[in-house]
Every structure is written in structure tokens, then in C-alpha cells.
Design a protein around this ligand. Structure first.
Ligand SMILES: [Zn+2]
Length: 220
């Protein structure tokens, strides 16, 4: 079951109060249409009914795909919240709802992310059938390749992307704009898997955060 509440949000521009739907947890196996709204950003999109001001609203959300046995918790980058979410995901607390998850926690892929981009990216990676940990290592390798070619280029974000025609790629972003990308090839993917597979399994992150810094740690 998905859980949604209607919250009052005050428009930062005209101070008008607006109703805003917050999805605290989404079960995309039962509510398939919500997945699309997460991917296109609709569930985080605020538009003031009074003045038309638009912005993105970040709020904690638990994403649950029963078929893929995938659970992604998106929350604020706050140590306390991350710890709490991690113990919830590993089934260490025990309200009724949480017990349900404990039953599955071992066979589940649990992830914690702290940005909307990361949440969307984890979903895209899972849909592509890839292991996100391999993709994170690939980012480190691809960044090194890019930095060699253009050492002065600033990189703010590195994201996995799926394009229906061009296929999968790793994109480099500066100030919200993509300035370059490298295609994800099966060969590179499998090479990384072969080279780091064992190390990956031996180095689980206790907070289920598998990001760029985790990947850098693995490669050290
Ligand atoms: Zn307004």
C-alpha cells in the first residue's frame, strides 16, 4: 500500500497556502502510475494556484518495488535520519509495518539516497537490469577518463541515463547542464563486474548508500 497525505505548503513568492500531495511511501507494484510520476518529477512538483510559481519540493519518500524486491529510501542528508532508515531497512525495529519488511530484508536490495536525482537514477539502473554498485564504479572510471581529456572542466554531477534510441550512458553535468556522456557498454560493465565483483560483495555499506564515494573506496 502507498501512503499519501495532503499537506499545506506556503508559496515562497506570494505566501498563499496550497494543498500539496506528499507520497511518504509508494508501492509501485500496486500503484504503477506513481513510478512514472517519480521519474518525471511530478510528485515533487509544486505549482502555486494563486501566482503560478513553480518549484521542486523535496520530502522523504520510501520507494518499494515488490516484483524487483527493491526498496529505496530517499531522505534528507542527515546522519540521524539515515541511521534510522538503515535500521528500519535491515529490519531492526519492530512496529507492525516494519516487521513485514524484516521478513524480506535479506532477499531485498535496500538503498538509501538523499537527492531526487539519485532516486530516479537508481530506478533507471534497476530497470536497465544493472547492478547500481557496478555503475557507481563505472562512474569513477569514466570520470578519470574525462578528467584526463579536459582537466579544467568542472563536474557537479555524474548520472546514469537511459535513452530509448541511444541506449544507456553516463552523463556529466555542470550547473544542471550535461556537457558530455560516455555510453555504457556490456563489455565495460562485465569487466568491472569481473574485476570488482568479489570486493563489492565483501564491502557492503552499512547504511545502504552506494554512491560515488563508496565506489571510490572500493577502488582504492
Ligand atoms: Zn504563489
Amino acid at each position: 500500500m502507498s501512503k499519501m497525505t495532503v499537506e499545506k505548503i506556503r508559496c515562497p513568492k506570494c505566501r498563499q497556502e496550497n494543498d500539496f500531495r506528499m507520497w511518504h511511501s509508494v508501492n509501485i507494484t500496486m500503484d504503477k502510475e506513481i513510478k512514472e510520476k517519480i521519474l518525471n518529477g511530478e510528485v515533487f512538483h509544486f505549482k502555486c494556484a494563486e501566482c503560478g510559481y513553480e518549484s521542486q519540493v523535496f520530502y522523504p519518500l520510501l520507494y518499494h518495488d515488490m516484483e524487483k524486491k527493491l526498496m529505496i529510501y530517499m531522505l534528507h542528508d542527515d546522519e540521524h535520519q539515515v541511521k534510522e532508515a538503515a535500521s528500519f531497512m535491515s529490519g531492526m525495529t519492530d512496529t507492525e509495518e516494519k516487521l513485514d519488511i524484516r521478513k524480506y530484508s535479506e532477499e531485498y536490495t535496500n538503498r538509501i539516497v538523499t537527492t531526487i536525482h539519485e532516486l530516479q537514477e537508481k530506478i533507471y539502473i534497476s530497470d536497465a537490469g544493472y547492478d547500481d554498485r557496478i555503475i557507481e564504479i563505472m562512474k569513477v572510471i569514466f570520470l578519470a577518463m574525462t578528467s584526463e581529456k579536459t582537466p579544467d572542466q568542472r563536474v557537479d554531477e555524474i548520472l546514469f541515463d537511459t535513452d530509448k534510441e541511444k541506449g544507456h550512458s553516463i552523463r556529466f553535468i555542470e550547473k544542471g547542464k550535461c556537457f558530455g556522456s560516455i555510453a555504457v557498454s556490456e563489455k565495460v560493465y562485465n569487466d568491472i563486474k569481473e574485476r570488482f565483483g568479489e570486493k563489492i560483495e565483501k564491502n557492503p555499506d552499512r547504511y545502504f548508500i552506494y554512491d560515488f564515494s563508496w565506489a571510490r573506496g572500493i577502488m582504492r
